[in-house]
Design a protein around this ligand. Structure first.
Ligand code: FAD
Length: 389
């Protein structure tokens, strides 16, 4: 029997969509088609607690197997969608089989970008899956030398976990400061000092120009001629929406554009999470969020649309990161700011950075003060209300 709702991808957005559909009393057939062999699981722990070498290795699965059985949610694990025929309402899978749907939800997430220079070496990895995390944790246990390419959040969290395990860490970043494009120089300097203070060799404004080693990388040569010896290389230079499998259906490779409720331009096809470029009425453009909270909300938003409900207002952009025991939280639209002020003790990792535009708060970064977030969120919520005007 075919039909019903088919969710392609089995990550956070898929899970939240399935939960909300059953909670909303959707009684039809519901299938989750996922390339990974695991039940849907949460990714943030993969670069945080699950990288601790003394970790007990709890599963980060969202729900036990019975949960899906009780709700009659069919999990097709290890099943990769390879093509979509939107006119026939049919999905093709890698094993040659096909599935028909009434409504399709694309929630295939994102895959890490890899740099061609590193292709073919055995001691290079990225971090997206539980297998990637397990591999890294084993390497960290060896007290080795790790080179991290890219000082984004993944690179920084891995660097922090590696330092905690006593690993020598070099982070190589193209920009002049970590996250400077996203958070500006004030916070960029703070992140740089955070890592340098913890013994990370932070190399800024440089790229890898050559590699020494045959099958395994032994050292990296930087654009200024410096050499960085390493046992393993972690490439953390961002992600791209995992939507190449949709190429023939005419959807862009940069993420499936949707309206605020997750509806795509194809009939009966919706998208959520890192695979979706959702219309942001405040910025007046389609955006792939790349973060947990938005993916979770979008999964629920699509379920709402499938249940015939009005879309909720676009949430405030937000994310968090855990590094060296400090939680760092972000809210708002930092790119709109013309001024940044830091209140608190940056050296003690206990502060709020206020981003203002013409005196009006437009974003905030909070370090070590999780209780400050609720009030900041309230103050910033006008940004989502403004979007509705
Ligand atoms: C290590 C790590 C740490 C993170 N930490 C944070 C954090 O601290 N804060 C934060 O805000 N965000 C964080 N994120 C981002 C957050 O986890 C993602 O935004 C979120 O997981 C996106 O959910 P998703 O459901 O869209 O995609 P995913 O969780 O990536 O799930 C997509 C699923 O679809 C499957 N799939 C792909 N292609 C196909 C196909 N063709 N057919 C079938 N299945 C397919 C994939 O195998 C995968 O299982 C982190 C991400 C990672 C990787």
């Amino acid at each position: 029997m075919d039909g019903g709702v088919v969710i392609v991808g089995g990550g956070l957005a898929a899970q939240r969509c399935a939960e909300a559909l059953r909670r909303g009393e959707y009684a039809g057939r519901l299938r989750i088609v996922c390339a990974e062999p695991h039940r849907p699981y949460d990714r943030p722990p993969l670069s945080k607690e699950l990288l601790r070498v003394d970790a007990e290795l709890p599963s980060s699965a969202f729900r036990p197997e019975e949960w899906y059985l009780e709700r009659n949610i069919e999990l097709l694990l290890g099943a990769t969608a390879t093509a979509l025929d939107p006119d026939a309402h049919r999905l093709e899978l890698a094993d040659g089989s096909t599935l028909s749907y009434e409504k399709l939800v694309i929630a295939t997430g994102a895959r890490p970008r890899m740099l061609p220079l590193f292709d073919g070496y055995s001691n290079v990895s990225t971090l997206r899956t539980v297998e990637d995390s397990n591999l890294l944790r084993q390497l960290l246990g060896q007290g080795s030398r790790l080179a991290v390419i890219g000082a984004g959040f993944i690179g920084q969290e891995v660097a922090a976990a590696a330092r905690a395990a006593g690993v020598e860490v070099a982070v190589i970043e193209l920009e002049s400061l970590p996250l400077v494009g996203l958070l500006g120089p004030e916070l960029g300097r703070w992140f740089a000092e955070l890592h340098s203070g913890e013994g990370v060799e932070l190399i800024l404004g440089e790229v890898v120009s050559a590699i020494s080693g045959k099958d395994r990388i032994e050292s990296l040569t930087l654009s200024d001629g410096r050499s960085v010896a390493c046992d393993h290389v972690l490439v953390g230079v961002g992600v791209v929406s995992d939507v190449a499998w949709l190429e023939a259906s005419g959807l862009p490779a940069t993420g499936v554009p949707t309206d605020a409720s997750g509806r795509s331009e194809l009939p009966d096809v919706f998208a959520a999470g890192d695979a979706a470029a959702v219309y942001d009425p405040f910025l007046d453009r389609h955006l792939v969020s790349g973060h947990w909270e938005a993916s979770s909300r979008q999964g629920m938003q699509v379920a709402g649309a499938l249940l015939g409900r009005e879309p909720a207002p676009a949430p405030l952009p937000s994310f968090w990161s855990d590094q060296y025991g400090t939680r760092i939280q972000y809210l708002g639209h930092a790119q709109l700011a013309d001024e940044v002020t830091i209140e608190g003790d940056a050296t003690a990792r206990d502060f709020v950075a206020h981003y203002r535009r013409e005196g009006e708060l437009v974003a905030a970064v909070v370090a070590g003060r999780p209780r400050a977030v609720g009030e900041l969120r309230q103050r910033l919520n006008y940004l989502t209300e403004a979007a509705l005007l």
